[in-house]
Ligand binder design. Structure first.
Ligand SMILES: C[S@@+](CC[C@H](N)C(=O)[O-])C[C@H]1O[C@@H](n2cnc3c(N)ncnc32)[C@H](O)[C@@H]1O
Length: 298
């Protein structure tokens, strides 16, 4: 074999490895579609907490206490945590005596939710874990007292629409808390990230949010707080059945059955519940040919 052929072959192999490293490791599959992102999180779910090594004191100080403070006017708030992963936000909130509310955690990685369910078992009466996409949230407009999305937005393919979806389900006067990726990592994610001032402007000017402010948080993330304009009565820690929309027909008529499944009183379609208690709406939408990116709740 000629030397120039060997060099060309080695160059191509190096490029392929570099592309794979960029697409699968550095950007965690985000440019390869939601299926790849979710597959990677499923694969890494059992190691996720070990990799992240969240510090309890730090989590309390920088997440739980500020969230509780932001919700101080609502006695028992209803919180939605989008891209909840292994239950970071629900767990740190529910562990605080000062938090008397309820948390709904939603994620598209079933394995991440399994680990969340194990960790949240002791709080199962005040938590609902839902397997579903963040791209079309199965809740009516103006529902939650607070919506959080921590280290998750950059994985959603249409940042403007996906953020709009978080705002849609927030009640007027409700609080939004998101993270904004920054630094070297963010520069490797074109189209998925904005500068923090750019995100603040986007939230206020394009999405019409008020009291938007950013806060330095970690090397790779800032926190951004905002409120939905207007004021409505707090939703409070209502049971899931009162706020859940059928992901197939859109009716707010989902009810738990004694069998453990949930059924839509309108279209009569059923959603299974896993042995770990996770409500598997994604399985319900898959069964009806509506899942993932193109899935919109009617
Ligand atoms: C970096 S983890 C963050 C998890 C958690 N919020 C935390 O801070 O530990 C990103 C999460 O986003 C979830 N995710 C990615 N794409 C999603 C989608 N389309 N819908 C819902 N969740 C999604 C992943 O499954 C993963 O659990």
């Amino acid at each position: 074999m000629r030397l120039d052929h060997i060099l060309i072959g080695a160059g191509i192999a190096a490029l392929v490895l570099l592309a794979a490293y960029y697409l699968l490791i550095r950007t965690e599959g985000m440019y390869l579609g939601w299926r790849v992102v979710v597959w990677l999180y499923d694969v890494y779910a059992s190691r996720y907490d070990g990799i992240k090594k969240y510090d309890r004191g730090y989590e309390e100080w920088f997440l739980a206490h500020p969230i509780i403070d932001a919700l101080r006017d609502v006695r028992a708030p209803l919180v939605l945590d989008v891209a909840t992963g292994t239950g970071r936000v629900p767990l740190i909130l529910l562990e605080q005596d000062a938090f008397q509310g309820r948390v709904v955690g939603l994620d598209l990685s079933r394995q991440m939710l399994f680990h969340a369910a194990v960790k949240l078992y002791g709080f199962r009466r005040r938590t609902d874990l839902i397997w579903h996409t963040a791209m079309a949230l199965p809740f009516p407009d103006d529902t939650f007292d607070m919506v959080t999305c921590i280290e998750g937005l950059e994985f959603l393919p249409h940042p403007k629409e996906n953020l709009g979806e978080l705002v849609r389900v927030l009640r007027p006067g409700g609080v939004l808390l998101i993270t904004n990726r920054k630094g070297t990592e963010a520069r490797l994610m074109p189209g998925r990230t904005r500068t923090t001032p750019g995100m603040v402007t986007f939230l206020s000017e394009e999405l019409g949010l008020v009291e938007v402010r950013s806060e330095r948080w970690q090397v790779e993330y800032d926190l951004i707080w905002a409120k939905k304009p207007g004021q409505s009565r707090p939703t409070g820690a209502r049971p899931l059945a009162e706020v859940l929309r059928c992901p197939v027909c859109g009716a707010v008529e989902m009810l738990p059955l004694n069998s453990g499944e949930w059924v839509c009183g309108h279209c009569e379609r059923r959603a299974p519940v896993g042995e770990d208690g996770v409500l598997e709406l994604f399985a319900m939408t898959q069964a009806h040919g509506r899942a993932g990116d193109d899935h919109k709740v009617s």
